[in-house]
Design a protein around this ligand. Structure first.
Ligand code: ZN
Length: 219
C-alpha cells in the first residue's frame, strides 16, 4: 500500500478529528465497536489527531486518495458516535452493533433487502448525495462479481469473513478498495458474511461479462 491510498489508520485519525462524513464515520464507529483492541490507538489519535491535521499544509494533504476523501468532508458533518445517542432502545438484532442501531431499527430481517442471487443488499437511511451506505449479505462460500471502483469502497465486516484475493477480512475488520483495486470478494465457507459498505461511485465490473453488465449495475 502506498501513501496514495487511504488506510484504516487514516480513517481512525480523521474520525478522531471529527472530520469524517456520516457514512464513513459509521464504518469507523462500527469497526471500533467490534474491534475494541483498536480503541487504544483511536484514543491516541483523539488526543493529538486534531492538532496534527491542522498542522498539515494543504499541499501535504493534497497527495493521493486520502485527500480525495478529505476534500469531500463537510465541515459541519457531525461525528457519528454522538448522533442519535439514546435512540433505538427497542429490541435489537444481536448482529447489529451499537453504532448501527439508529439506522437499523428492530431485526435485520425486516430491512428492505433486495436479492441478486447469492448477494443481498439493504440500503440504510443516510444521505445519498455523495455516499451510498448499504448492508451486504453474501452467502457462505459465494462470490460477488469481480469488479473495480471509480471511487472508494469502504467495508467493515459485521459477521462472518471474506477474502478478496488481496486480503482476508474477519469480524470488525475494514477493507478499503479504490480504482487501483480489482477484486472479487468471496465469503468464507460455513457462515454467511454480513458487511456494512460505503461507496462514493458505482462499481465497475471487470469479469468476462462486464461490458454487458455494467450498464445495469446500480450501486
Ligand atoms: Zn469492491
Amino acid at each position: 500500500m502506498t501513501s496514495e491510498h487511504i488506510n484504516v489508520d487514516d480513517l481512525l485519525l480523521a474520525h478522531a478529528a471529527g472530520r469524517l462524513p456520516e457514512p464513513v464515520g459509521l464504518v469507523v464507529a462500527t469497526h471500533l465497536a467490534l474491534a475494541p483492541q483498536r480503541l487504544a490507538t483511536y484514543r491516541e489519535y483523539e488526543a493529538f489527531g486534531g492538532a496534527m491535521l491542522e498542522e498539515l499544509s494543504p499541499v501535504e494533504l493534497s497527495a493521493g486518495a486520502f485527500d480525495r476523501l478529505m476534500a469531500r468532508l463537510d465541515d459541519d458533518a457531525e461525528p457519528i458516535t454522538t448522533r442519535d445517542a439514546g435512540r433505538g432502545r427497542a429490541a435489537h438484532d444481536p448482529d447489529v452493533p451499537a453504532p448501527l442501531r439508529p439506522y437499523v431499527r428492530g431485526r435485520l430481517a425486516d430491512l428492505p433487502w433486495k436479492h441478486y442471487g447469492s448477494v443481498s443488499e439493504a440500503k440504510l437511511p443516510l444521505d445519498e448525495s455523495v455516499y451510498r451506505t448499504r448492508l451486504i449479505l453474501l452467502k457462505a462460500g459465494k462470490a460477488v462479481p469481480k469488479h473495480t471502483h471509480d471511487g472508494q469502497e469502504i467495508t467493515v465486516v459485521l459477521k462472518g469473513a471474506f477474502n478478496d484475493g488481496i486480503g482476508h477480512y474477519g469480524r470488525g475488520e475494514i477493507a478499503i478498495a479504490d480504482a487501483h483495486v480489482d477484486h472479487q470478494p468471496v465469503a468464507e465457507a460455513g457462515e454467511d458474511c454480513l458487511c456494512l459498505t460505503v461507496t462514493d461511485a458505482p462499481l465497475r465490473l471487470t469479469g468476462t461479462f462486464s461490458r454487458f453488465l455494467n450498464p445495469f449495475l446500480r450501486f
